[in-house]
Structure formats: structure tokens, C-alpha cells
Design a binder for this molecule. Structure first.
Ligand SMILES: [Fe+2]
Ligand SMILES: [Fe+2]
Length: 199
């Protein structure tokens, strides 16, 4: 009986290559997060237009300070118009509290303006600080599928920080009770943000 020996080469072990997650599947933004972002930004921009409306109502459009405020109000108008579009395009329910922000925003603007130009500017510093930070945080929540919105928010963040700096340049920090006033307004804005995301 004949035996045939077959010498085989030791088989190379197949390397197990772990596939990296495909870059083809773009990360998508959670729809709930997206809805909250648009809802709260729409509310915030609406509130901002009302704050500046209140301040302009007291100072008048043609005063020196009124013109400075009008520049910021014009930018807020652009912002709210963009979010008016987005709320329809992305099919997001607006906050039910718009009537409240209408009155509260105007009262905050007019109330601080009645305390004087520095107090009005202190209000701007406090509000725009919170909104600017909020826009910064939101950009980290948006994925590749929302690049356009991310760009929009980055642009608005820049505008809000410009408003913040305009406030400082106009002597906001010398308003009577600056620290306490800005603290109260900041807490109010943060509370309004937390509520407007959900309701
Ligand atoms: Fe704005
Ligand atoms: Fe602003």
C-alpha cells in the first residue's frame, strides 16, 4: 500500500481586521434634541426682539443710544426671521409661552431702560452672555446632518457676543447694582431657556 504524504505549508492565520465604522453613515442629530434647539432658539430670539423693542420705546429711535440699540435690534430681527423659517421647515412646535416672552421681554427692556442707559446696557450684557454661551453649547449637539444649522448658530453666536461687547463698551458695568442685576437677569434667561425647550 502506498502512502502519499502531502506536505502542507502551515496555514497563515487569517488576520482578523476590525472594520472601522464606515464614514459613509453620517452621524445624525437626535430629532428630540433638534426640536428643542429650534424651539428654544426661536423663543429666545423672539424674546430678544421684545427686549430691544422695550428699550427703544423708552429711549426713542433717534437718540444716540437708541441708534446703537436699533443696530442690535436689526440683527435680532434677522435671527428671528431665520428661526421663523426653520420652525416651519423642520416641523417644530413653537413654545406655548410666546405670549409670556412677548410681555416679559418688553417689560425687561423697558424696565431697565427706565433705570437709565447703563442699566439698559447691563441688561444686554447679561442676556447676550447667556445666549452666546447657549449657542456655543448647541453647536456641540449638532451632527454632520445639520451642518447648515450649525453654521447659522455659529454666525448668530458671533452677533450675540458683539451685542455683549457693545453693552460693555457703553459702560454697563457702571450701572447701579450691576452685579446683582446681571445675576438676576442671567438666572431669568437660563430659566426661560430651560422652560422653552420643553413647553
Ligand atoms: Fe439674536
Ligand atoms: Fe443679541
Amino acid at each position: 500500500m502506498q502512502y502519499i504524504y502531502i506536505i502542507t505549508m502551515p496555514q497563515k492565520r487569517k488576520k482578523i481586521i476590525k472594520k472601522k465604522p464606515s464614514r459613509k453613515n453620517k452621524a445624525t442629530t437626535d430629532k428630540n434634541i433638534l426640536d428643542e434647539i429650534i424651539r428654544v432658539d426661536h423663543a429666545g430670539e423672539y424674546g430678544a426682539t421684545r427686549i430691544y423693542d422695550g428699550q427703544i420705546a423708552i429711549f426713542g429711535k433717534n437718540s444716540k443710544i437708541g441708534k446703537t440699540i436699533q443696530h442690535m435690534a436689526d440683527q435680532e430681527q434677522e435671527h428671528i426671521e431665520k428661526f421663523n423659517e426653520l420652525i416651519i421647515e423642520k416641523n417644530v412646535r413653537p413654545t406655548a409661552l410666546l405670549p409670556l416672552w412677548n410681555v416679559a421681554g418688553f417689560a425687561l427692556g423697558a424696565g431697565t431702560a427706565l433705570m437709565g442707559e447703563k442699566a439698559a446696557m447691563a441688561c444686554t450684557v447679561a442676556v447676550e452672555k447667556v445666549i452666546g454661551e447657549h449657542y456655543r453649547e448647541q453647536q456641540n449637539l449638532l451632527e454632520d446632518d445639520e451642518k447648515e444649522l450649525k453654521k447659522t448658530i455659529a454666525k448668530f453666536e458671533k452677533d450675540e457676543l458683539e451685542h455683549h461687547d457693545i453693552g460693555l463698551e457703553h459702560d454697563a458695568e457702571n450701572a447701579i447694582g450691576y452685579k446683582a442685576m446681571t445675576k438676576v437677569i442671567e438666572i431669568g434667561c437660563k430659566t426661560a431657556i430651560a422652560i422653552s425647550k420643553k413647553i
